[in-house]
Design a protein around this ligand. Structure first.
Ligand SMILES: Nc1ncnc2c1ncn2[C@@H]1O[C@H](COP(=O)(O)OP(=O)(O)OP(=O)(O)O)[C@@H](O)[C@H]1O
Length: 332
């Protein structure tokens, strides 16, 4: 069994303000666990307490059963990226990592290995001050990997990365977890988690909202919708409605309402090459498999059957709506 992170009744108060409120959860090895919550939810504070950088007001956080502060192995045990901009700008990337390696008694070769791992070999001798935020994130990840630790914590690691960087970092996290490590990463965006995380810990206003596999979280959303296209729209609508679904009919092919929170690739495809008689329906309240089975039973032809995972963002928003400290205005 690899190392687990265990947070138990963890609480942090700043004056009269409770930043983290009796939070309990477990982060398992061999999986990527996403730590989600709106801005100000208490994610950074929780990560700092796990790392022993902040003392809890009450409760405890342990790594492998021991408070992190008491672990003698430092970077060999837990690697963390908290704030990528927190690096001395006058140093080169290699010098920054070499200093870390020295103070943690790590072999110098780990510097080159870590730089290679994050794709910064070419930039090794450039000053960090000239790095983009994305490059700083990579350097921060290299620092976390320096000690080849079994536990890795990342606070908003995707911030400032370009799409290629996002894809790269996603694969890196998946690989680190596949190697059996415990990978815990925070984000305020569900979209960053959905192709990365196996498990989710969702918090709002310092409190636990959900702790479960991402797949379970996704299917809880009441906004789960399935796009269906069929030349027998009226017939199918009747069958599905009788089975308890809510069916909305789309016009010929109007542009779906733009939802800024949903990545482009998940938005319903507005037009496709369908036979002229085909109509698109949006179905909520029934899973795609059931819709397919019902259509088959009634000999109704389907030209499309697409469950929309956009519901993930919706489920997150819905769950955290009441727990948001500074609710964001709807994008105009
Ligand atoms: N040192 C501090 N003193 C006072 N209040 C603090 C301190 N650190 C954090 N807080 C407050 O605790 C709450 C949680 O902050 P935290 O940074 O942990 O949230 P977060 O989920 O990481 O949000 P973000 O994504 O914005 O960083 C916020 O209301 C914040 O203002």
């Amino acid at each position: 069994m690899g190392p687990m992170i265990e947070v138990s009744e963890l609480t942090k108060r700043y004056g009269g303000k409770t930043a983290v409120d009796r939070l309990s959860f477990t982060v398992r090895p061999g999986r990527v666990t996403g730590f989600l919550g709106p801005n100000g939810a208490g994610k950074s504070t929780t990560l700092r307490m796990i790392l022993g950088l902040d003392a809890p007001t009450a409760g405890a956080a342990t790594v492998d059963g021991v408070p992190f502060r008491r672990h003698p192995r430092g970077l060999r045990h837990v690697g963390a990226l908290l704030d990528a901009s927190h690096v001395h700008g006058g140093r080169t990337a290699a010098a920054h990592l070499a200093a870390l390696a020295r103070s943690n008694a790590l072999p110098r070769r780990r510097v080159d290995e870590s730089l290679a791992e994050v794709g910064l070999t070419e930039a090794a001798n450039r000053r960090v001050g000239g790095f983009s935020l994305g490059m700083k994130q990579r350097l921060g990840i290299a620092a976390a990997l320096l000690g080849d630790p079994p536990v890795l914590l990342f606070d908003e690691p995707v911030n400032g990365m370009d799409p290629e960087g996002v894809l790269w970092v996603r694969n890196l996290f998946r690989r680190l977890a596949a190697e059996g490590r415990t990978v815990f990463l925070s984000s305020h965006l569900m979209s960053e988690m959905e192709n990365t995380a196996d498990d989710l810990i969702v918090i709002g206003r310092g409190r636990l909202i959900a702790a479960e596999p991402l797949r379970d979280f996704a299917t809880r959303g009441t906004h789960r919708a399935v796009a269906v296209a069929t030349p027998q729209a009226a017939e199918l609508a009747a069958v599905l409605t009788a089975a308890g679904a809510i069916v909305e009919r789309e016009g010929p092919t109007p542009e779906p309402e733009r939802d800024a929170a949903t990545p482009e690739r998940e938005r319903p495809t507005p037009e496709r090459e369908y036979p002229a008689a085909t109509r698109r329906l949006t179905v909520t309240g029934l899973p795609a498999t059931r819709i397919g089975a019902l259509a088959h039973e009634h000999r109704i032809r389907l030209d499309e059957l697409t469950p929309h995972t956009a519901s993930l963002e919706a489920a997150f928003m819905e769950l955290t709506a009441t727990a948001t400290e500074y609710p964001a205005g709807r994008p105009r």
